[in-house]
Design a protein around this ligand. Structure first.
Ligand SMILES: NC(=O)c1ccc[n+]([C@@H]2O[C@H](COP(=O)([O-])OP(=O)(O)OC[C@H]3O[C@@H](n4cnc5c(N)ncnc54)[C@H](O)[C@@H]3O)[C@@H](O)[C@H]2O)c1
Length: 341
């Protein structure tokens, strides 16, 4: 009898603790656009596991009811709803604090991210037009490639709608950071969990510039050739996956992980957690280019500070100069598409 009373009291206390920790974290609605895709599905799973999410809205042009029903059975905080087709896009977005966009087509072997431009540019433009109408204050995490162009497209759409806030638009480059950390830890033979490597520039080929000179923990064991090889592997990480999947798409699982890490950082920033810093492709004055990826401090209204590049090695300085032409032309391609279409 006494035992059962004690057990029920402790269960009651546990329930109260659960309740108070849930209520300490504000309501946050996250919408994923392209939620039934290769990235969208595992990303929906990971965001369902995130205790900061109270409402998870899964939108796609097909198949979201099934994904939503499946994910909704997981016994975590977020209430999940599936939305399908243009008619339901507005409801999917209404009240969102964070919109994550992995909608579009992925690369096939032999394609560059720029080859995706024609299809994905139109998809992103349509989705951003709806965001401007239904949740103009949401943070937007752009995953759809080519990120170097889709972010400028989103900015133009928002400017046209009169809702643009440069603090709220992010190109997700976290997968480059995730890869740089993994490859560096392997080469430098250090435990990967403590590794940090900033990756700056853009999100395609040579525009991806990992700053291994700033990697922590520092390593003296890496030769110039090692650093060249690490840089190239980070830049070609996406192609490595595209080729290994041999026609069945590009990175999905590692991208979903990276998207979930970045989405979590954005939510923590919104909730006022201090010192949340991630690399992202944002409007920038760090170089002469209008958009550039670098470390960004996240806060209650999105970007709190776009941080500088710090000291670069000779190799990195060279990489920086040689990426600018390609990055600028991808940015201009996005701006021109949005202004002309
Ligand atoms: N930023 C990065 O690091 C990174 C990494 C990998 C892939 N990507 C990009 O992410 C995108 C998605 O890749 P994936 O492998 O998940 O592709 P996928 O084809 O498996 O999934 C894409 C999903 O988008 C949906 N979709 C298409 N048009 C839509 C629209 N108008 N509205 C809503 N949904 C729409 C499709 O129905 C599909 O479910 C691609 O552009 C890919 O290049 C980015």
């Amino acid at each position: 009898m006494r035992m059962s009373l004690l057990r029920s009291a402790s269960q009651h206390l546990r329930r109260r603790r659960d309740y108070s920790s849930a209520s300490a974290s504000p309501e946050r609605k996250v919408a994923i656009l392209g939620a039934a895709g290769g990235i969208g599905q595992p990303l929906a799973l990971l965001m369902k596991l995130n205790p900061l999410v109270s409402s998870l809205s899964l939108y796609d042009i097909a198949a979201t009811p099934g994904v939503a029903a499946d994910v909704s059975h997981i016994n975590t905080r977020a209430l999940v709803k599936g939305f399908v087709g243009d008619d339901q896009l507005g409801e999917a977005l209404e009240g969102a604090d964070l919109v994550i966009i992995p909608a579009g087509v992925p690369r096939k072997p032999g394609m560059t991210r720029d080859d995706l431009f024609k299809i994905n540019a139109g998809i992103v433009k349509g989705l951003c037009t709806a965001i401007a109408r239904h949740c103009p204050n949401a943070l937007v995490n752009m995953i759809s490639n080519p990120v170097n162009s889709t972010v400028p497209i989103a900015a133009e759409v928002f400017k046209k709608a009169g809702t643009y806030d440069e603090k709220k638009l992010f190109g997700v480059t976290t997968l480059d950071v995730v890869r740089a950390k993994t490859f560096y830890a392997g080469k430098a033979n250090v435990p990967v969990t403590g590794v940090n490597v900033p990756v700056v520039g853009g999100h395609a080929g040579i525009t991806i510039l990992p700053l291994f000179s700033q990697a922590t923990p520092a390593s003296n064991a890496l030769s110039h050739e090692d650093l060249l090889a690490l840089t190239k592997r980070t830049q070609d990480g996406g192609t490595e996956v595209v080729e290994a999947k041999a026609g069945k798409g590009s990175a999905t699982l590692s991208m979903a992980y990276a998207g979930a890490v970045f989405g979590d950082a954005c939510l923590k920033g919104l909730n006022g957690v201090p010192d949340i810093v991630e690399c992202s492709f944002v409007q920038s004055t760090v170089t002469e280019l209008p958009f550039f990826a670098s470390k960004v401090r996240l806060g209650k209204s999105g970007v709190e500070e776009v941080m500088g590049l710090g000291e670069l090695s000779a190799l990195e300085k060279e990489g920086l100069e040689s990426l600018k032409g390609e990055l600028l032309s991808s940015i201009e391609k996005g701006v021109n598409f949005a202004q002309e279409s």
